[in-house]
Design a protein around this ligand. Structure first.
Ligand SMILES: Cc1ncc(COP(=O)(O)O)c(C=O)c1O
Length: 423
């Protein structure tokens, strides 16, 4: 049954009072505007700082000061194995086994590492299917790998776009495009959640369809991780990558992650870019020639982990884990549903929400298409304490993060939007 919403402060406050996750808000630091917390709706871009992060960073600095290089083995969280401390909580966020997960590098670097392994074209099977309008870094990465294999992007990359007059992709069209590419398809590379429209893709069906024609299915989960529950292991996704600075709140440019399904992560013959940190752990310090990959996703690591960034990631994940992705998703559906209701109430037909209406096909984010004066509306919101973001040509993205946003935030956003539209 759909919840019944009312665009009133009373309704918002009552909803907050009955929210089992309401106390998590107090564990985050909010930017201030006119001596009060801003309405922060950009957790889809950069999550807020949790109060525990400073303590975690100070711990690393103290350990470094007191131990120097010995911190690799004797720090509170020994640095040389930092990635292991993150495997279990990350596995719970994405529905994986701990050995299938590794925290490392940044997202675009991991995209490249994933493509080195999972784009292996042959003369017969060389095409890549992806969404039109995917994030530029993803496009650039795909083009790089195609060219490096001596192929031309226009011969290889098949982009699938929404139908004429529609803004999001239909699942049946994606699956049909996979079937049509058939035996020529080497890789399906999709987002989990589309960064511009906020659409959730059916990763399970996409993976199944890709495997049915003999292709790999890989995902960029930048906007999906910490936003929607996933079951990457069970869905048999081949590999996926993400960043941790959005819904996982793990610091600007913080450590990203990679998932490699068990059946590949245990295959030592798969090609990959090698570095000493991916080598068999027991031999890592023997300085021998010849790379021998460790077991699991950790063997895609290149370098020793950046302890300071890992500490921020770990502290943020502890809070995330306590809340739990399933409880967060439940609140997220209600919060985003309320945001949709409030926007329709104050804006009527002046704003088109291009994000799907069906809660199962969207996460926290709503993308608002504003026909006229969109930029001015955005500037007004920003100047008056509502932080949202702007994506050319005329879309405002607003994403209430269930971990720290409240129903009252949504109500306040509606009031500011009303003022902005009345300008
Ligand atoms: C979908 C997607 N892919 C790739 C990137 C690039 O991330 P990074 O700069 O961390 O490599 C982003 C950044 O926001 C993104 O949203």
């Amino acid at each position: 049954m759909l919840p019944v919403y009312h665009n009133t402060l009373d309704f918002a406050r009552q909803s907050d009072e009955s929210d089992p996750l309401q106390d998590f808000r107090n564990r985050f630091l909010f930017p201030q505007h006119d001596d009060r917390e801003v309405v922060y709706f950009t957790g889809n871009s950069l999550g807020l700082q949790s109060k525990s992060v400073r303590t975690a960073l100070e711990q690393e600095l103290s350990d470094w000061a007191a131990l120097g290089v010995e911190g690799h083995f004797h720090a509170t969280t020994p640095w040389w194995q930092y990635h292991k401390a993150l495997q279990e909580p990350l596995a719970r966020v994405i529905g994986a086994k701990p050995e299938e997960v590794v925290a490392m590098n940044s997202l675009t670097v991991n995209l490249h590492l994933m493509l080195v392994t999972f784009y292996q074209p042959t003369p017969e099977r060389y095409k890549i299917l992806c969404e039109a309008g995917s994030f530029p870094s993803d496009d650039y990465a795909l083009e790089t790998h195609v060219r490096m294999r001596g192929l031309k992007p226009e011969d290889v990359i098949v982009e699938i776009a929404p139908r004429q007059g529609e803004t999001t992709l239909r699942s049946e069209d994606i699956l049909e495009a996979i079937r049509n590419a058939g035996q020529s398809l080497a890789l399906v590379m999709f987002a989990g959640v589309q960064y511009y429209t906020g659409q959730v893709f059916d990763m399970k069906s996409i993976t199944y369809a890709a495997h049915h024609v003999g292709a790999f299915a890989c995902f960029d989960l930048a906007h999906a991780v910490g936003n929607i529950p996933m079951k990457l292991h069970e869905w048999r996704v081949d590999a996926a990558v993400w960043c941790s600075y959005k819904y996982l709140n793990s610091s600007p440019g913080g450590v990203a992650g990679m998932f490699v399904h068990e059946r590949h992560a245990t295959n030592k013959d798969l090609p990959r870019l090698a570095g000493w940190w991916g080598n068999e752990e027991s031999e890592r310090f023997q300085m021998k020639k010849g790379f021998r990959p460790a077991l699991g996703a950790q063997s895609w690591q290149l370098s020793n982990p950046p302890a300071i960034l890992m500490a921020a990631h770990k502290a943020a994940l502890e809070i995330f884990d306590e809340a739990g992705i399933e409880r967060l998703r439940k609140k997220s559906e209600e919060l985003t549903g309320f945001l949709e209701f409030v926007i329709r109430d104050v804006a009527g037909s002046r704003i088109t929400i291009i994000t799907p209406t069906n809660p199962a096909e969207r996460g926290a984010q709503l993308s608002l298409f504003i026909e006229k004066n969109g930029r001015a509306v955005f500037e007004y919101l920003l100047a008056n304490g509502a932080i949202v973001d702007w994506r050319e040509p005329n879309v405002i993205r607003a994403a209430p993060a269930p971990l720290y946003n409240s129903f009252e935030d949504v109500w306040r956003f509606g009031e500011l939007l009303k003022e902005a539209l009345a300008m």
